[in-house]
Structure formats: C-alpha cells, structure tokens
Write a protein that binds this ligand. Sequence first.
Ligand SMILES: C[S@@+](CC[C@H](N)C(=O)[O-])C[C@H]1O[C@@H](n2cnc3c(N)ncnc32)[C@H](O)[C@@H]1O
Length: 256
Amino acid sequence: MTELAATFQQEAVAEAYQHRPPYPDEVFDRLEELIADEPRRVLDIGAGEGAIARPLAPRVEHIDAIDFSAPMVAAGKQRPGGDHPNLTWQVNPIETADLDGPYALVTAGASIHWMPWEQTFARIVPHLTPNAQLVVIEHGPVDEPWTAELIPVIERHSRKQNYDSKFNVVDAIVERGLLDLTGTARTTRVEYRQTVADYIERLHSTSSLARDLMPADEAAAFDAGVAEALRPYAKDGVLDLTIQAELSWGRPKIAG
Ligand SMILES: C[S@@+](CC[C@H](N)C(=O)[O-])C[C@H]1O[C@@H](n2cnc3c(N)ncnc32)[C@H](O)[C@@H]1O
C-alpha cells in the first residue's frame, strides 16, 4: 500500500469524509438501469463509508461493500442507511476479498485508481453474471470560480507529487486490455451549498491533504490559506457549489 492509500486507514480521514458532497440521485437511477441480470446483487469495491453502497442498497437485492479500511467501514455503518438489511460490509483488500456473487453490477466510486487492476479483475470477473457491468464513478464540484486562487494553496501542501491532470483512469484500464468500454455518461449538474469550514474538511478527506500527513502548524496554514482564497466567494460563510458525476461502464476482463 502506498503512503497516500494508507491515509484511508486514518480515523480523521474517515471522519472528514462526511463533508464530501453526496453523489447526485441520477447516479443511482443510472446504476439501476445498468443491471440487466437477476439476482440484482451488487459488489461495491473501495466502498469507503458507503457513498455509493448506502443509497443503492434499498434499490437492489443485495450489496457487498468492500474496503480495506476499518475506520471507513466503521464510519459507514454509522451513517444514514449504513445498517440497511440489503447491505453487507467487509474489511478486506478487494484482491483477496470473500465474494458472494454472482454479481449483476460492480461499482467503483472514486476508488479504482488505488487498486492493482490485474489482481482486482482476476478476483471479481469469475463472480459476474453474463451481462454484468463494472461502473467507474467519479464526482465532485465543477466550474469553481475560486480555482485560480485555491490551486496554489493546494499545490503548496499536497503530498501528491507530479500530479498529471490529463491522466484518465478508465482510458488507462482500457489500454491495459482489462475493460471493454460500453458507455459513458455525465449527470445533470446539481446545486449544493456548503460552509467554508466544511469545504476545508472535505479537502482534508482527500489522501494527499489528510490532516495526519501535515504537522499541526502546516494544517493551520493550509486551512487559513483556503479560507482566504474562498472568502470573496462565500456569502455568510457559505459557498454555492455545482456537483456533477461521470460514469463509465463496460465488461471487465482478466489479463492475458
Ligand atoms: C476515495 S475513497 C472512495 C470511497 C467511496 N467509494 C466513495 O465513492 O465515496 C477510496 C476508497 O478505496 C479504498 N481502497 C483503496 N484500495 C483498495 C483495495 N485494494 N481494496 C479495498 N479498498 C481499497 C480506500 O480505503 C478508500 O476507502
């Protein structure tokens, strides 16, 4: 596990995760539409605290939510819908997880880039129904007017070096011969309001900006820098965000 992936084992990151905006409802409508087979069992890989698994659970027959971070799973069990009877949590790396398929859908929300793709796909492909799809889902704020002011603050403190803004994880998996891509979609944009304080905590939920990777005085300087960048845009300490999700799906394959 890399140092950055290890940040998901930290309680503070799991705690900060609740400040990530939720996935738009349309994501769950589209996921349901992508299920073609019975039983409607779903595997959520890198489930975190269940941002995908918890809202999807009541819409399907069953979800296995798998994550190698015990604090993330513990947080997910406490959050709304975390105790739904259709939802089973498992703390394990996906490469060696206990799978209870066949699954008609596999979801990977903001997680697949952390995984060893060959081993992951070798583990999950034997447990899929004939028409099952793997769906990679990413989401977040778009068109933020404060980007020019915020990026230098993030770059000063980020633990991720050599960030490549052009890297596309789905393209990379397809190029590796591990996915027959069938479709992509972007959801309609939705408005979301968030306090500046919660926005800063959301940034600390990302692996490269985790609080525990920074000395306390650096974390304080980061928080002050972000607050300063956002100040002109906040009304009474609240920001107007626009959230959009992107889905890419296809049939995963075993290497070779
Ligand atoms: C950015 S979070 C996304 C969580 C959630 N899917 C979401 O959309 O909010 C990525 C998650 O992937 C998990 N993860 C990374 N590599 C993993 C692996 N090999 N097996 C299981 N979980 C993994 C991390 O612990 C983390 O909770």
